[in-house]
Design a protein around this ligand. Structure first.
Ligand SMILES: *Cc1c(COP(=O)(O)O)cnc(C)c1O
Length: 230
């Protein structure tokens, strides 16, 4: 099916307040342009070089999200272009991004990636690590509202990937866990006012993610078709 038709079908089912990120990784510029011409403005990539190349060459009003594992030596390919880095998965990376922001006089919007799926290889923080981090940040907030720690990071919420399975109950349990955790953090840290995004749901499970308060869904295959891994 053409990209435009796929997009339209998804948009019809997606509540207006949920942001659709069209995940264009491994797809050519032409595919992004096709979606762009169908009105899509938010795209997601998971390889730094590919993001930088597309961001430079494609229309400048595109909002790029970075979704992949990010190495600290690749920041300059990602941070100038990404409106949101969804995949912060270590404190080391967070420190490096904050540093880059300070040097480049920019505040970087991030989501913290929570490891929710069953897979051993999947990246992300565990709950305790995020809790520690949030305590540190919240405790550093000054009377004027500015952050003393990670002053060049805006903490916008959580991202997670459900287990790779057909079992709906397992997927629902994963989504419930991250959704409950976000609510818990918001309760505990009301001073973290930007911490409200929940990025869950991909091509195969985004319908389910809506039941758990997804504010961002990340859909690739259902828009662009299968990826050609070169
Ligand atoms: C590739 C990717 C997606 C999109 O996956 P599809 O199954 O093609 O929709 C979503 N989120 C992340 C983090 C990804 O890496």
């Amino acid at each position: 099916m053409p990209i435009e038709t796929n997009l339209e079908e998804i948009r019809q089912q997606l509540p207006a307040e949920v942001k659709l990120v069209a995940v264009s990784k491994y797809h050519p510029m032409e595919a992004v342009l096709e979606a762009y011409q169908a009105g899509q403005r938010v795209f997601g990539e998971n390889r730094p070089q590919e993001l930088a190349a597309k961001a430079v060459q494609l229309p400048q009003d595109i909002e790029w999200h970075f979704l992949g594992h990010l190495q600290t030596n690749k920041l300059k390919m990602v941070l100038p272009y990404a409106s949101l880095v969804q995949s912060i998965d270590t404190q080391h990376l967070l420190e490096a991004v904050d540093n880059w922001g300070e040097i480049n006089d920019k505040v970087i919007n991030v989501l913290l990636e929570l490891h929710i799926g069953a897979e051993d290889t999947k990246q992300g923080f565990v709950e305790e690590e995020i809790l520690d981090l949030m305590f540190t940040v919240a405790n550093s907030i000054r009377p004027d509202g500015s952050q003393g720690r990670y002053s060049h990071i805006r903490f916008c919420g959580l991202m997670g990937m459900a287990s790779h399975t057909d079992d709906e109950e397992t997927i629902r349990a994963d989504f419930a866990r991250i959704s409950d955790f976000l609510a818990y953090l918001q309760d505990l840290f009301p001073e973290m006012k930007d911490f409200r995004q929940l990025s869950i749901g991909m091509s195969s499970d985004w319908h389910l993610a809506l039941d758990y308060g997804a504010t961002i869904v990340r859909i690739g295959t259902a828009i662009f078709g299968e990826r050609q891994y070169k």
